[in-house]
Design a protein around this ligand. Sequence first.
Ligand SMILES: *[C@@H]1O[C@H](CO)[C@@H](O)[C@H](O)[C@H]1NC(C)=O
Ligand SMILES: *[C@@H]1O[C@H](CO)[C@@H](O)[C@H](O)[C@H]1NC(C)=O
Ligand SMILES: *[C@@H]1O[C@H](CO)[C@@H](O)[C@H](O)[C@H]1NC(C)=O
Ligand SMILES: *[C@@H]1O[C@H](CO)[C@@H](O)[C@H](O)[C@H]1NC(C)=O
Ligand SMILES: *[C@@H]1O[C@H](CO)[C@@H](O)[C@H](O)[C@H]1NC(C)=O
Ligand SMILES: *[C@@H]1O[C@H](CO)[C@@H](O)[C@H](O)[C@H]1NC(C)=O
Ligand SMILES: *[C@@H]1O[C@H](CO)[C@@H](O)[C@H](O)[C@H]1NC(C)=O
Ligand SMILES: *[C@@H]1O[C@H](CO)[C@@H](O)[C@H](O)[C@H]1NC(C)=O
Length: 547
Amino acid sequence: MPSIRSCALAALAGLSALVTVQGADLTGNTKNLFDESMTFLDKIYDSKAGYLRYFYYPLAASAHETRSSGWYATGLLQRNKGNDRQEAIKIIRNIIDGQHKDPKDEWYGDYQVYPEEPTVGTKAYPAVVYSTWDPNWRGFVGTTLMVIYEEFSHMLPCDLKDLMLESLYNDTVGDGYRNGGLVKGALNPSYTNPSVMRAVQASWVGRKMKDGNMTAYGEDYGSQIIDLFNMNNTLSEFNSAVYNGVSLYALTMWVKYLPADSILYQNGERMIKEIWTSLGQFYNANLKNLAGPWDRTYGYDMNEYFSILACYIWTMVGKEYAPVYDEPWTMAHADDFEYAPIIAVLAPFHDSLVPEDVKEKFRSFPGDHMVETAAFAPPGDAAVRNITSWVASNLTMGAMSFLDDPKNWDHSSQWNAAVTQWGRFDGSVGYFTLYPTVHALDSEVGQGWMNLTYPQGNSSSKFTFVLAPNPLGAKRDMNSLDDISGLNIKVSGSVNATPAITFCGLVGGSCSPKFGFEFWNVTFTMPNTPEGAAALPNLFLEIELEE
Ligand SMILES: *[C@@H]1O[C@H](CO)[C@@H](O)[C@H](O)[C@H]1NC(C)=O
Ligand SMILES: *[C@@H]1O[C@H](CO)[C@@H](O)[C@H](O)[C@H]1NC(C)=O
Ligand SMILES: *[C@@H]1O[C@H](CO)[C@@H](O)[C@H](O)[C@H]1NC(C)=O
Ligand SMILES: *[C@@H]1O[C@H](CO)[C@@H](O)[C@H](O)[C@H]1NC(C)=O
Ligand SMILES: *[C@@H]1O[C@H](CO)[C@@H](O)[C@H](O)[C@H]1NC(C)=O
Ligand SMILES: *[C@@H]1O[C@H](CO)[C@@H](O)[C@H](O)[C@H]1NC(C)=O
Ligand SMILES: *[C@@H]1O[C@H](CO)[C@@H](O)[C@H](O)[C@H]1NC(C)=O
Ligand SMILES: *[C@@H]1O[C@H](CO)[C@@H](O)[C@H](O)[C@H]1NC(C)=O
């Protein structure tokens, strides 16, 4: 590793006084998000340990957590009241102390998930990717250290700044171990959120450490993300209320922290504008939701789970327009609220890049419209995905056609390829979304209809939908689609038009909720007839709001 002398040398030369980059001046909505999230995090901070308590569900006894502690440290430096600076320094030292240090390990340079964990790779605690170690945390924690270094250098001791660079260097070298393929733990440019973090980290750390190979690697990797983006001006990880938030955070760093000769710097601002333009087309401000389809979600209604996009909507147009509870930490997936302080620190810069007319779409719905776009995520995708959505004032319907390379892709329940949402009498949002069971879907969407076909299906294919329970005050039992509150659905096509309906509940039913969301499982099968055996599975839905 190159020796690190930058800070000490700069101090000797009296240069440290010239460091002018500082934490942002937070005002208005951004200050409000910052203050609310810090008030929450203050309550779960354990100063004795120098870590936040573990706030992933299910909540844990006695354990602390690494990644969110880094976000909190960023917030402490921004706030800088009382002991904030000292606590932040303690946290940063703890995080780096818990970094994996043996270059022979596949998880080298990554950070502990939590400080109490047994040693990864021991008999008692085998290395299991995305469990006992999470390769994406190199990006999450690494980029956090970068933000701290860039924004708050003037508040950090020299030796800590050098230690942060050493930590980032190991982190970035370790990240280089994840190459190619789609086997677990590897990283492709189409896996957008960690990729966008990887690119900026390698480019920046390479520059700081004078490792030209590392910078070239970050730039080259970034150019692969940009090439995918340029096909349709969309991210491969498309329309995701959580992960587009992460990608936007890291793209902000492309523009804010890299010099003009970086390909990331040159493309970041345009990409941020295009991403928001696309999100603005899908967003329905009446329902406070992105219309589907969604590549990856942690729930079915953004008003009910905390999405990172909600942080941005909050900073841009205000909390009252954001899909959040009054107390956001009580929502499903609330741990993502821990991300808010660092989003807020970057928000003044980021928000200045978003066009005003696009911001306005997150405040008021501009009128009924169709959206047509496409996205591509090889090697999982064997073809470009084609996306069409009908976004009306109180009803949205969107679907994509996709064709997987089944060797490289298995959709988790995060994958929602055909989604309907609607507003209900009590102000809540209903959802009816196709559950992933196949590797190919052909879809067409029009105003009030959706046509879904499984091109590789057969007589044993099923169309399973996740259907929202009715709101309080409406029917509690769902015996047929006629019992859905606020929506009429007419079914035709080659399927048996009468679905099987079961309940997936918090404390009972035939299966468990997904992401904390209860639902009715509505499953259509093929008729047990010669016609059914011969036909391609096809479901034609005509959907309208109930009068
Ligand atoms: C970086 O990795 C080296 C081994 O390559 C290790 O000796 C050193 O302690 C690591 N530094 C940090 C900050 O983890
Ligand atoms: C250059 O960077 C790549 C990606 O991190 C790494 O795999 C390779 O070993 C590096 N080469 C040298 C000579 O450092
Ligand atoms: C998406 O990109 C592909 C490949 O360049 C192109 O064929 C297609 O027309 C584009 N679709 C849209 C909707 O822009
Ligand atoms: C999407 O449309 C393009 C033509 O623009 C076509 O080549 C591609 O096969 C379509 N993708 C799917 C999954 O049907
Ligand atoms: C949406 O529909 C519900 C149920 O009919 C109604 O109460 C609500 O006012 C509608 N919202 C809008 C924005 O039209
Ligand atoms: C739905 O799509 C299938 C496959 O493309 C097609 O055969 C069928 O005619 C369509 N149904 C309607 C009602 O348009
Ligand atoms: C239908 O396709 C599935 C998946 O390819 C296969 O497992 C099943 O045996 C097929 N069923 C029939 C009746 O052909
Ligand atoms: C939905 O119900 C069907 C049976 O009707 C079952 O095969 C399927 O596994 C269920 N899916 C989920 C996600 O609960």
